[in-house]
Design a protein around this ligand. Structure first.
Ligand SMILES: [Zn+2]
Length: 703
């Protein structure tokens, strides 16, 4: 992909400082970004990689409340833990910041005030639950109650875990505050909204102008949102943890910036902090405010619209009316699909994960980097399994790459005094059977197009070629009859070691530095290149000349992973899977703790009727809900039900169902629901609508 940019700014989604990063995060965002950045650096391109922790938001205060510590304690713990794990994994950030920093708060305030001054924000008064005992407004996660859709007694204010329906706290039956168990009261509260719709046209042309170069999933997610029409989105919250609204008015008190508005600005504030450390505080501008810079945001697919619509809209609002100091928008947003773990989704909340730090306590970083690069979820979800990890480490890294390097170095040491025994001409090099120019070109194309799996695969192909070359040339036999031929074989092999140390560097940097050291160099590969000084192309030519001294000893680059090494991991998987199954079964078992007894008279209060579904359609922006028109006797009712995942609207039409006919009317997602239809839960949580048999008489009561 030819481009004319002079430099590149790479950002990676900010991991939330409320837990350790796991391999799914690494595979989707940080490793691909690091591979890309290392490749660009090798090419002599000017590039910086900016990341950091997202340290605001409600889940952090929930953790702090649960553990009886402060939110600052929580973010200090996970920021340090994640920064350390990334560093041990070789993720080469130029800067890794924190959104709790002074500079970040200042940057976020500056954006807020600029947009506020321009009168772009919309203020809206809304009703929000307030816990009078605790003296605090309650964000969605702090309210619990009975789910209006499935009747589960402990639904959260944002979502019912039981049936998956997205809710607002106002929809809960018998809401309770999680802070004090008190019944919350509704109070008026003023909030600032960002009118995304104001930028609809600009955002449409932004997305469409990149439709050829962005991944299909990124274009599709963005278009889906644009097609629905962009709504106002709140950017403030009634919370104490976060960036306080920088306004003096009484109504701004007790409010902070909502984390979606604040976190993406971290990319900018961290670049400023990086520039300060370079002793050139204005240097950040050349990355954010210069059209010659290519901005690339590496993210997971769950973050697409924040980066293709919301963040750009904030920058567009800033740019409005400005001719100087305008921000550039991202040129690409490579969003990954998910990498699963032994066939299931990684889940932090369910503790179904391998955490990066734990993994690195047991296995070397490069075995993980290689294995994940080979499973990079570029266009579809992929899977990390221990067996695949073992096979790749043993068969590819140890038996192919490691074995080739060690044999080359050892034989040179033992038979040629540890010196490169011959010069290799460029012609000889090119006649080996590899078209170097073409191979390097294809590799560069793979890296530039974010096809990291392909890049790792192609590089391993070159290692296979090298290993085969040495095996077939049999210098240990040839040397007995033709020392000169054996010398040429070894010179070629050592030059292949040298080329591989450069070519594999983006994927397995630590190993490549070890290869380089074995070849007798004191410097690290990362120190060879700098902006304007490429070393990547050096792999296309023999890099070692006759007489060059090796270090003198070889080392084993990769230890094989024995079955015994994996036993604890496989046992852990078995345990986690068993726990997951138990939890799923437990969800049913919990139902067996019955609700408090009711009298027959109580039951008689429930008016159950047979009803027929006349019409059925999906509900906008509520993917779990179906809206039905029911016939009950001579009456028609409208009822919402959280069964959209399990039934198509067409399937429902004509069905007979059981209706709780005297349930108080409720409004869900702005739609009236006059009753509830009965459904039973199946094994994996799917719902089956109860269909009464043997009756055609609509409106009959149920005994
Ligand atoms: Zn529910």
């Amino acid at each position: 992909m030819p481009n004319t940019f002079k430099r590149t700014l790479v950002t990676t989604a900010l991991p939330y400082a409320n837990g350790p990063v796991h391999l799914g995060h690494l595979a989707g965002v940080y490793l691909p970004a690091d591979i890309y950045v290392r490749f660009k650096r090798l090419c002599g391109h000017e590039v910086i990689h900016i990341g950091g922790s997202d340290e605001h938001g409600v889940p952090i205060t929930i953790t702090a409340d649960r553990e009886g510590i402060t939110p600052q304690d929580v973010v200090d713990r996970y920021h340090a833990m994640n920064a350390d794990a990334f560093s041990r994994c070789g993720i080469s950030f130029d800067y890794y910041g924190r959104t709790s920093s002074v500079r970040h708060h200042e940057t976020a305030r500056e954006f807020f005030l600029d947009i506020e001054r321009k009168g772009i924000f919309v203020r809206k008064t809304e009703k929000l639950f307030f816990d009078a005992k605790a003296g605090r407004f309650l964000s969605d996660r702090y309210v619990t109650g009975t789910c209006p859709v499935c009747g589960s007694p402990d639904a959260n204010g944002d979502q019912c875990e039981q049936c998956g329906t997205h809710l607002s706290p106002l929809e809960l039956i018998e809401p309770k505050s999680k802070l004090s168990d008190a019944k919350p009261e509704l109070r008026d509260t003023l909030h600032w909204y960002f009118p995304l719709g104001r930028f609809q046209k600009q955002l449409e042309s932004y997305v469409e102008s990149h439709r050829e170069t962005w991944r299909q999933n990124v274009v599709n997610y963005s278009r889906t949102w644009l097609n629905q029409g962009l709504a106002d989105r709140a950017i403030t919250r009634d919370l104490s943890w976060g960036i306080p609204l920088p306004l003096d008015e009484a109504e701004a008190r007790g409010k902070v910036l909502y984390v979606w508005f604040d976190a993406v600005l971290g990319y900018i504030s961290f670049t400023k902090e990086w520039a300060e450390l370079q002793g050139d505080p204005e240097r950040w501008k050349r990355y954010w405010q210069d059209p010659d810079t290519r901005i690339v945001n590496f993210i997971g697919k769950d973050n697409v619209v924040f980066h293709t619509l919301m963040f750009p809209a904030i920058l567009m609002a800033w740019n409005e009316g400005r001719s100087e100091g305008r921000y550039e928008l991202a040129d690409n947003v490579p969003a990954s699909e998910f990498m699963n773990f032994e066939g299931r989704k990684f889940s932090k909340s369910r503790n179904y994960a391998i955490y990066l730090g734990e993994f690195l306590d047991r296995f070397p970083a490069d075995t993980l980097r290689y294995s994940i690069a080979m499973n990079y979820p570029e266009n579809k979800d992929t899977d990390f399994s221990w067996t695949d990890f073992q096979n790749r480490t043993n068969g590819e890294l140890a038996d192919t790459l490691g074995n080739f390097i060690k044999r080359s170095v050892d034989f040179t040491n033992s038979r040629f005094d540890g010196e490169v025994p011959s010069d290799i001409s460029a012609e000889e090099w090119n006649l080996l059977g590899i078209d170097w120019q073409e191979s390097l070109g294809r590799l560069a194309e793979a890296y530039d197009g974010f096809h990291f799996r392909e890049a790792a695969t192609q590089t391993m192909e070159i290692a296979r070629f090298a290993n085969r070359f040495l095996t077939e040339a049999e210098p240990w036999k040839v040397i007995k009859v033709d020392r000169e031929a054996a010398a040429r074989t070894m010179a070629i092999s050592l030059n292949l070691c040298h080329a591989l140390s450069l070519l594999f560097y983006p994927v397995i940097p630590e190993t490549c530095d070890r290869i380089r050291a074995m070849l007798g160099f004191d410097d690290a590969i990362g120190s060879l290149s700098s902006p304007g000084v490429p070393v990547w192309e050096a792999a296309a030519l023999p890099g070692l000349s006759k007489g060059h001294r090796l270090k003198g000893s070889s080392e084993i680059l990769f230890s094989k992973i024995e079955q015994a090494d994996l036993e604890p991991e496989l046992e852990k998987i078995a345990r986690l899977l068993a726990e997951a199954e138990k939890r799923e079964a437990g969800a049913q078992q919990q139902k067996m703790t019955f609700r408090p007894e009711i009298t027959f008279d109580d039951f008689q209060k429930v008016d159950l009727r047979v009803a027929r579904v006349l019409e059925c359609e999906p509900v906008k922006k509520a993917s779990k809900l179906l809206k039905m028109k029911l016939q009950v006797g001579s009456e028609e009712r409208q009822v919402l039900s959280g069964i959209a995942q399990y039934y198509k609207p067409d399937e429902m039409v004509g069905k007979h169902v059981l209706l709780v006919a005297n349930l108080a009317e409720r409004t869900i997602r702005g739609e009236l629901s006059q009753g509830m239809i009965l459904a039973v839960e199946g094994k994996d949580g799917r719902l089956f609508v109860v269909e009464p048999q043997g009756t055609e008489i609509i409106g009959n009561s149920v005994q």
